[in-house]
Design a binder for this molecule. Sequence first.
Ligand code: CP
Length: 312
Amino acid sequence: MFKRKDLLGLKDLTAAEIELLLDTAVPMKEIITRPIKKVPTLRGRTVVNLFYENSTRTRGSFELAAKYLSADSINISSSSSSVAKGESLYDTARTLQALRADVIILRHPMAGAPHLLAGAVPAAVINAGDGAHEHPSQALLDLFTVREHRGEISGLRVVIVGDILHSRVARSDIWGFTKLGAEVRVCGPPTLIPPGLEQAGIKVFHRMEEALVDADVIIMLRIQKERQQQGLFPSLREYARMYGLNRERLALARKDVLVMHPGPMNRGVEITADIAGGPRAVIEEQVTNGVAVRMALLYLLAGGGAGHENDH
Ligand code: CP
């Protein structure tokens, strides 16, 4: 039983809770492979996607997850809602509560926004990415994808490459993979690696050629082009030369390595097109698994699996 009201990050979850979320996603994956992908589990429940930042994968998969579980769902984006007229997050949340939302899925540019919301409303709150802080459902789908291929996470060598400093995906992946017993390595330019990782048991590399040796999993992060203006790396061409995943670098990893990317990708910058579309890449599987994992989250937080009552 999942005893939490909200899913705000992986930092606070135990390994057992993460395993429960992944185990629950297994039957959900079976549902989405059926010709008719619909079960009545969340009939009568209301799910709100509240997005203050752009999204394709996260928003689309949460919306499909709600529909496949027969919940009623609505999408609200900041540009087309009263947020554009200056309504605060708090007042928007209270309004959604008055509309009897059972689950609010929030993406917000401010780290900590979902935590604020969770304290303000009785609805379950799911963090769909908050600033550079966490993106827990992305990490869960990454874990699920690796577990499907490898059976278990423990003992694997996972290498995360790119802009670790600004990446909420990296932060959640680091928590998730380390809690389940993987060795986590990060690699990127010194300007894009936050301090203190080594004290937390993470191995830090600045050269791909060292980091990728015998990797079981490589997670390539999107280079956030806006960072170039901040002088954190010299040019996209230079970044691609130093930190792009190409065939020569891939050959340093294990033969059965899984290449992952949370998307959206900059093909030809952090990853070459042939690797992104090649046999080691599981990038589209990640997207499919995102629906299963998000169905599991909705089920556990709003359905029969919750150890609390969200009824109000
Ligand atoms: N991985 C991810 O969060 O993608 P979107 O921004 O498209 O949701």
